[in-house]
Design a binder for this molecule. Structure first.
Ligand SMILES: [Zn+2]
Length: 243
């Protein structure tokens, strides 16, 4: 029997188990501690402080509490991100309509994006001979979106209050209206995006028990495919000349 480092050897019967397994598939002995539930704020805080530990906690929790809610909330950020890229403010006469559209569409967008990403990572991992639990991956990647949720809660309201629908304009650019406020807000949003990328990377490392370098390849290919899919979809849906 070859020893795979992505395995967890049972101390009782020496059978190899998945690295995130809680009980031995052969003798039922305990391999590692797990919790029953996730506390939203404690988990979110641990993700900020010690992401690798937080992702292990999420994978080893029996229930993945709030994962779908975090994905749904982050989806509002994705919806407004798309509005920003396509200049959606120019299609509506009121900021209220825009705000309502993003808030209503966001949750479905968020959960769909996380589910697609999960399935792409699962497929990518399968090519490397590694098994991924959809439940664990969905929970880890949802919680990896905590920075996007922070952006939705703290940056988006400021953007809408300061710029109204003009934040989501291409002509005139919001930069030409209030350069300092615009650069500050977009800068903070960019930091949230980079932080999210780091968390997706760390989450993949925990999910597959890989080195940082190998985890990078496993998550970056699905991410590029997903972004390409979204851009392709927008080009099909939007009127010509917009995208
Ligand atoms: Zn055993």
């Amino acid at each position: 029997m070859t020893i795979d480092r992505h395995m967890n050897t049972c101390p009782i019967c020496q059978v190899q188990n998945h690295h995130l397994a809680v009980t031995c598939t052969s003798c039922g002995g305990y391999l590692q501690n797990r919790s029953e539930n996730l506390d939203l704020f404690a988990t979110a805080w641990t993700i900020i402080e010690r992401p690798v530990r937080a992702f292990r906690m999420i994978a080893l929790s029996r229930r993945k509490n709030f994962a779908a809610a975090v994905a749904a909330l982050a989806g509002i950020g994705f919806a407004f991100g798309i509005f920003w890229v396509i200049g959606a403010g120019e299609y509506t006469s009121s900021a209220v309509n825009l705000f309502a559209a993003g808030t209503l569409l966001g949750p479905a967008v968020g959960m769909t994006v996380v589910l697609c990403f999960t399935m792409l990572v699962k497929a990518m991992a399968a090519t490397q001979g590694s098994a991924v639990s959809v439940k664990n991956a969905f929970a880890i990647y949802s919680y990896a979106l905590v920075p996007v949720v922070l952006s939705v809660l703290f940056l988006l309201p400021v953007e809408v209050i300061v710029f109204g629908r003009y934040f989501f304009f291409l002509h005139p650019t919001p930069y030409s209206l209030r350069p300092v406020a615009y650069v500050t807000l977009v800068g903070l949003d960019t930091l949230c995006a980079l932080w999210t990328l780091y968390l997706l990377w760390a989450g993949t490392k925990v999910l597959l028990d890989l080195t940082w370098r190998r985890a990078l390849i496993i998550f970056i290919v699905p991410l590029l495919l997903l972004v390409a899919g979204i851009i392709g979809g927008l080009r099909l849906v939007l009127p010509k000349g917009v995208s």
